[in-house]
Design a protein around this ligand. Structure first.
Ligand code: SF4
Length: 411
């Protein structure tokens, strides 16, 4: 992949943009998964690739994001030739450069390498791409091969995220993963052999029947492999999932809050002692290996989503892609929306709400928006749940346990 951004980036004359590509195919559906994904055929993968490339071109016609949609939110569309689009969404694309690309899903590694490469090439053709762009690919350890990994490396993918979830074969089987522990370890070693130096492992704790000691063993095994990044989530039972139905039918019970929190705090301690920085509630990285793309979601930065169910946020406008690739749920943020979203997401990261950044992004001082919450915030400080100083507001480790309640105060 060639890069075209040079002095412009340094001059700060452009804003960084992340591009997320949602690949909605999986070999089979994991019981706990609430992401939009389904089984596909080779023809489906080809059709998807062509549609993704078309969507990139349509959204990024040089000079302007031409977002075409029919939306009840945006009043009458503007018409130019055969194209209808709304004024709010016309964002000058030459005021951006792409500094992160993230293939997520679903299972992006299910596509042929040539298909992934052609999507990357389309992005490169349509956008200015930073020389040091971070390109992440989520991969399922069950279907990675030496040839695929070599191709990924050659096309410029420089970050892999492996959906390992557990190193216990019974747990993996129960949650419906297609790989086993041995395959996960071998795949990690293969990635290293090919030269990937930035690898994330996804892990889940509080799995049905998992004891505290079982979780500790999983995390210890992950640490032995030595990834640069770990995404560690407690199991969430989402209503649309097979797990939710089975839980309601009484097949298994949820991990108690006490054990769940014990697992989480042990994780914090264990990874801190091994040199990982806890930079987001569920994410740990060796210094310098924080995921640039995911930081955009938490730092209120711009990103463009391609593919069914992908979300975008560009210059204060949110929109999503529907299952039929239609643009949907368009929302033009007002000040209250933006302030609330900024705080909600910033509280997830260790830096928390930075007053200077808040004012820079939202256009008014933090305390002018939240003056009525001063007492409530002070009470959280007294209870040891948040820290407040002249730089900003941050959750403490205890505050993370009730983070949703605290974040809700700001929206
Ligand atoms: S592989 Fe990932 S995206 Fe696919 S069903 Fe399993 S958890 Fe969901």
């Amino acid at each position: 992949m060639t890069s075209k951004v040079n002095a412009l980036e340094k001059e700060n004359s452009r804003k960084p943009l992340g591009i997320y590509i949602h690949v909605p195919f999986c070999e089979s559906k994991c019981g706990y998964c609430g992401f939009y994904s389904h089984k596909g055929t080779l023809e489906d993968y080809e059709e998807y690739t062509e549609k993704a490339k078309l969507a990139i071109r349509e959204l990024a016609i040089r000079g302007t994001f031409k977002v075409q949609w029919e939306s009840k939110f945006c009043g009458e569309p503007m018409v130019q030739g055969d194209t209808k689009f709304y004024g709010e969404a016309m964002v000058q694309s030459d005021s951006f450069y792409v500094d992160s690309i993230f293939f997520g899903g679903g299972t992006p590694s299910i596509l042929l390498p040539a298909q992934i490469e052609s999507i990357l090439k389309t992005i490169d053709d349509e956008f200015d791409v930073a020389e040091n762009v971070e390109i992440t690919l989520e991969a399922n350890p069950g279907i990675l091969t030496l040839d695929k990994l070599k191709s990924y490396k050659d096309m410029g993918i420089n970050r892999l995220s492996l959906g390992v979830q557990s190193f216990n074969d019974d747990e993996l089987k129960f949650i419906g993963r297609i790989h086993d522990s041995k395959t996960a370890k071998e795949t990690f070693e293969l990635c290293r052999k090919i030269g990937f130096e930035n690898i994330n492992l996804d892990l889940i704790f509080s799995l049905p029947g998992q004891e505290f000691e079982g979780w500790c063993k999983n995390l210890q095994q992950a640490a032995i492999l030595g990834p640069e990044h770990l995404s560690v989530y407690g199991l969430q039972l989402e209503e649309s999932t097979d797990f939710f139905r089975r839980f309601q039918e009484g097949e298994f019970s949820e991990t108690t809050d006490e054990v769940d929190r014990k697992m989480y705090h042990w994780t914090c301690e264990f990874l801190r002692a091994r040199g990982f920085e806890h930079y987001e509630i569920s994410n740990w990285a060796k210094p310098g290996f924080e995921c640039r793309h995911n930081l955009k979601y938490w730092n209120f930065q711009d990103y463009l989503g391609i593919g069914p169910s992908a979300a975008s946020f560009v210059n204060g406008i949110r929109f999503s892609v529907g299952e039929n690739w239609e643009i949907t749920d368009v929302h033009n943020n007002d000040l209250k929306d933006s302030a609330g979203e900024f705080c909600f997401t910033a509280l997830r990261i260790s830096e928390g709400i930075d007053f200077e950044k808040f004012e820079d992004k939202i256009g008014v001082p933090f305390w002018s928006v939240y003056k009525n919450q001063r007492d409530e915030i002070q009470k959280l400080v007294s209870d040891g749940l948040v820290d407040v100083d002249s730089r900003g507001v941050r959750l403490t480790e205890r505050g993370i346990d009730i983070s949703n309640g605290i974040m809700a105060m700001f929206v």
